[in-house]
Design a protein around this ligand. Sequence first.
Ligand code: M6R
Length: 357
Amino acid sequence: EKGTYPHYMLKEIDEQPLVIRKIVQAYQDINGELTVDSDIVNALNESDRVYIIAAGTSYHAGLVGKQLIENMAKVPVEVHVSSEFGYNMPLLSEKPLFVFISQSGETADSRAVLVKVKELGYKSLTITNVPGSTLSREADYTLLLHAGPEIAVASTKAYTAQIAVLSILANVSAKSRGIAQSLDLVHELGIVANAIEVLCDSKEEMEKIAREYLTVTRNCFFIGRSIDHYVGLEGALKLKEISYIQAEGFAGGELKHGTIALIEEGTPVIALATQANVNWSIRGNVKEVAARGAYPCIISMKGLDTEGDRFVIPEVHELLTPLVSVIPLQLIAYYAALHRDCDVDKPRNLAKSVTVE
Ligand code: M6R
């Protein structure tokens, strides 16, 4: 039930700090150490390449997952949109592990890939919110999201839950393989949960940004580099899905290769700047679009040079920023949809789970 909330989406956004804490608890052993079923960890450690298969928001979580698994566990990862992979399979490595990410566990496009992969005899893991769902039953292994039911069509808490679970999988695999790394993930995810809480308390500011940038516009661009680019893709999907504003996420450096032609006087460009190594270059991209009349909104992270930025998120570990930087984008999309009188929880033409190919 949505209780006192006007929409499920807002309730589910607010649940995210609790979801992160619940996930940490669910994956802790009695000594407080993060743990994942050893069969799953072995399957990952024995594979020479992970293929993440997913759709929509879950695909965007997969892109972040690639970053986490490659950085922590040092296993190469490819991320594929399920509807494409099924019909245009890349050349596979010798020992692939397939990871299906699906909130519902019922997405037909992903299931079609799982059926093929099983025929080929490859191992599969499903990361889902729904125990006993089709993808969970049919894969060799399952990891649960523990996010509680997600009712709003626009996925919010499932995205952060997926990233949190992927970070745990990557961390446990790294530890089991003796990879030296200093990340105390229980501690870092605690910091993330607190940061999300702070952002959930910034609704007024997000409402203002949505009003200022998105009330009348026809389109909006999200730019970022590296992991911020992936979060920008998710921010754009969220915005277009519920507010019907045409929104696109681009790698910061890519706009000038064509899309910058669309920038007009006042075009909103939301730029994410949470990564130290690309901080300088993303700001360069913001200058490029601003010089063509864009109306930029920089969302950056504390600890970097943030002077003059529209909104600054609390500092978290650089690999975990998507868990935090997505929150303002979810809230901005929510308020933009409200301001434009859209049906937030049930956007037109969409179903919560897409059970047809
Ligand atoms: O249940 P799934 O995670 O497999 O669903 C995948 C997509 O259909 C889903 O994430 C969709 O993109 C959301 N409506 C986005 O908010």
